[in-house]
Design a protein around this ligand. Sequence first.
Ligand SMILES: Nc1ncnc2c1ncn2[C@@H]1O[C@H](COP(=O)(O)OP(=O)(O)OP(=O)(O)O)[C@@H](O)[C@H]1O
Ligand SMILES: [Mg+2]
Length: 237
Amino acid sequence: MTNTLIKLDNIKKIFFTDEVETHALSNISLTINKGEYVSISGPSGCGKSTLLSLLGLLDTSTSGQYILSTHDVSSISKKQRAHIRNKEIGFIFQSFNLISDLDVEENVELPLTYRHDLTKVQRKEMVKNALEKVNMAHRAKHFPSQLSGGQQQRVAVARAIAGDPSIILADEPTGNLDSENAQAVMALLASLHAEGATICMVTHDPRSAERADRNIDILDGQIVSDKSTSKNSVEAA
Ligand SMILES: Nc1ncnc2c1ncn2[C@@H]1O[C@H](COP(=O)(O)OP(=O)(O)OP(=O)(O)O)[C@@H](O)[C@H]1O
Ligand SMILES: [Mg+2]
């Protein structure tokens, strides 16, 4: 069965800064299947964002193997990483990370402009579809500063999904939102999941973690618990 999207084997990440060596991740082995909704929780500094950066090819591990949809991406070049990241990964950050000089439409289109397999017409269509999905099409010409936090995050979700990535990675996506907007963003992620999206979300909010069908807990750079919450999801390797 080739239902596996991500396979991490014995991943280690050490940060070397001045005289300090930080063992951010130790011996992480993890399999994520297509269509899963995984939450990652754990105390501040335990390695959650580091793990997400590795999964999203923003950074590389110190040792260990990473297979992303049958490709070994452990030791590919920076250029190849950027290329795969752009096509396969959708990121959602706590602080939205929209570009203030670009309007909503341009923000969503930006990652697509680095893709040489898309025409301008295709890009415009993808942007339109993504904005409709997050219910922000009516704000296409607005700038980030003219939007509420919840609206900005919905635009960031549109940016993440516009290119139809293999996986959506979200790092505390509701961390900067009030509870009403947080619930709206969580509902949006749930509906994307229901349509088949694979999601891996870092959260410290137990109510958000409950939305996922698998909960992983990290402590001191190691997975200490990995539990399925629904009978439909597949156990970790
Ligand atoms: N670029 C870096 N250089 C040096 N050390 C780093 C770097 N990034 C992270 N670390 C260290 O690695 C450890 C894990 O950090 P990480 O950001 O993954 O934690 P986290 O679980 O996301 O925490 P939080 O919940 O506060 O966001 C921490 O000790 C942190 O100081
Ligand atoms: Mg973090």
